[in-house]
Ligand binder design. Structure first.
Ligand code: NAP
Length: 252
């Protein structure tokens, strides 16, 4: 037990998609709280590595495609070997494809479901076995407003993020008594590559902004506090929660 309930010193956190966007914001926040970081993405994570190392924390970048299950055993083995342990998993990697439901292709369905839902489940299964064997761990899934709402023109994304909400609850039910906390953060509308198209559409941009009580798009750093809370001992009795960090969007 660390002296401060939010202290992550001595912990290793693996963040999928930790190279850019929300994953980068979460990785840096966890490092600020004391954690060493592993980032897994298809592209390198150099920028995040520089920020994490500048905070005095250790950093490992693993390049892998989480749209397939094949890299999972190796990335877990490398993490345990090179970092000496694993205590926090942040399932952040995710993609979105936009088209009207009547035109939506099987390719756009499978691509999104494979990364956002199938890859997330099987990585969590592998890491979960390790957490259960060591008597505890923290899983943080990145959900969405579309874990609660229907959205428009993003059928596979909505299905995947609604699925993430269900999986978060199922895994919490199975693993809570084994010392593993499974929870999710549901970001609102955030300024990242994922929302470039939305923000470029003047009408959609205006209507989204008008509905956000905080009157601004969120930034990756806005997720830091929630991530540190759910990664730390402060949340040891929190299981199956889906915590919105949305500028008040769901309160409207
Ligand atoms: P982003 O900037 O597009 O980042 C997506 C991340 O996922 C990148 O790090 C990307 O790295 C990684 N990734 C994608 N496909 C991958 C694959 N096959 N294998 C490994 N890594 C992969 O988007 P973001 O907004 O930060 O999104 C992060 C998460 O937040 C996603 O789950 C997204 O659905 C969720 N979210 C975003 C918003 C928002 O408003 N932005 C709102 C709610 C939820 P590589 O491309 O290098 O692989």
């Amino acid at each position: 037990m660390t002296s401060h309930p939010f202290d992550l010193q001595g912990k290793v956190a693996l963040v999928t998609g930790g190279n850019v966007g929300l994953g980068q914001g979460i990785a840096v926040a966890l490092a600020q709280a004391g954690a060493d970081i592993v980032s897994v993405a298809r592209r390198p994570s150099e920028e995040t590595g520089e920020q994490v190392r500048a905070l005095g924390r250790r950093f490992l970048s693993i390049e892998a495609d989480l749209g397939t299950l094949e890299p999972i055993p190796q990335l877990l083995a490398r993490t345990l070997e090179e970092m000496g342990g694993l205590h926090v998993l942040v399932n952040n990697a995710g993609i979105i494809r936009r088209a009207d439901a009547v035109d939506f292709s099987e390719e756009d369905w499978d691509a999104v479901m494979n990364v956002n839902l199938k890859g997330t489940f099987f990585l969590t299964q592998a890491v979960g076995k390790h957490f259960i064997a060591q008597g505890g761990g923290k899983v943080i899934n990145i959900a969405s407003m579309l874990s609660f709402q229907g959205g428009i023109r993003v059928p596979s994304y909505t299905a995947s993020k609604s699925g993430i909400a269900g999986l978060t609850r199922l895994l919490a039910n199975e693993w809570a008594a084994k010392g593993v906390c499974v929870n999710a953060i549901a970001p609102g509308y955030m300024e990242t590559d994922n929302t470039t198209q939305l923000r470029a559409d003047a009408d959609r941009n205006r209507s989204i902004l008008e509905r956000i009580p905080a009157a601004r798009w969120g930034k990756p750093s806005d997720l830091g506090g929630a991530a540190v809370f759910l990664a730390s001992a402060a949340s040891d009795y929190v299981h199956g929660a889906i915590l919105p960090v949305d500028g008040g969007w769901l309160a409207r």
